[in-house]
Design a binder for this molecule. Structure first.
Ligand code: ZN
Length: 301
């Protein structure tokens, strides 16, 4: 394969507030809180591979910093994340970065279903699972839109604090696809709510998300940062071992309840959908892009 450029964000030292799609800084008492900030506000923080690898580098940095005990994932701009990048000029489907989340082959010199599977195993599913198992608590601080792939980012966090203007949806059934790759829907929403939001593709509010148990706290927008800070500062008074093992314990329970195995199963159906779309219409996303998804949602169709 040809030499692909390595994004600057892969080197954690290069992560800065302005230079990459993910900013990293530490704060709080004794710099024990790491703030990882999605930073593509001009594209509503749509996730291209540069962003997912930058996120990975930022989380890695937080894990390796012995002073850091809690991580906050938040976003610059009007929205948390509009989802996976399916249409910005910097979409980078064909770019390869060295795999770090899974042991799988490079997708760029493959084709068809093999290529899609290799890419999504690494960049979507593998990354999300890796982040979900970070040995430090991670709080999602969500405002504005948190759509499809945005839900994946929020769900891998240990809990979610949202502003009252936050809204959520997974509308990918419109593409003929049974939900986003990290299929935690039935676990975080309950089976009936999961079906409702998947079958209709409709938005649900922060208040609804809290009512259904997906979100821990909803606060006015101008209090969001302070609320998350206050929770983080309480948590950093706990010993790292207590935090890590408590996280591990709950994650083990979720997996015993079937989260991991369910996700593996559904991932197969997800890729059946991509392949079926590609076979029939020549496009794995069912002919939809960011623009058509948006206008379909606005028409309520
Ligand atoms: Zn997919």
């Amino acid at each position: 394969m040809s030499e692909a450029p390595i994004p600057p964000a892969l080197g954690p030292a290069d992560l800065g507030p302005d230079s990459t799609p993910v900013a990293y800084e530490v704060g709080g008492p004794e710099n024990a809180v790491a703030y990882v900030t999605l930073n593509r506000p001009e594209y509503r923080n749509a996730q291209n591979s540069v962003m997912t690898y930058s996120l990975d580098a930022a989380f890695r940095r937080a894990v390796d910093d012995a002073a850091v005990k809690v991580v906050v994932l938040r976003a610059n701009g009007k929205h948390f994340s509009a989802g996976h990048d399916i249409g910005t000029p910097e979409r980078d489907f064909d770019t390869f970065y060295p795999n770090v989340a899974t042991l799988h082959w490079d997708h760029t010199d493959r084709s068809g279903a093999d290529q899609r599977l290799a890419r999504e195993v690494e960049v979507y599913m593998g990354m999300c699972r890796r982040w979900r198992d970070i040995p430090k608590p991670v709080i999602a601080q969500v405002h504005g839109a948190c759509i499809a792939g945005g839900l994946m980012l929020a769900w891998v966090c240990d809990f979610i604090v949202a502003s009252d203007d936050a809204f959520f949806s997974d509308p990918v059934a419109r593409m003929g696809i049974p939900g986003v790759e990290y299929f935690a829907h039935a676990f975080v929403l309950g089976p009936r709510r999961a079906k409702e939001i998947l079958f209709t593709g409709e938005r649900f509010t922060a208040a609804q998300a809290a009512d259904w148990g997906m979100v821990n706290h909803v606060v006015p927008r101008d209090e969001l940062g302070a609320k998350v800070e206050a929770i983080a500062e309480k948590m950093v008074t706990m010993p790292m071992q207590g935090l890590f093992l408590s996280k591990k314990a709950v994650n083990i329970c979720e997996d015993q309840m079937g989260l991991r195995n369910s996700m593996d199963s559904v991932f197969g159906w997800h890729h059946f959908a991509h392949a079926a779309n590609a076979e029939v219409g020549g496009d794995s996303l069912g002919g939809m892009d960011a623009k058509s998804m948006k206008s379909a949602a606005q028409q309520g169709g």
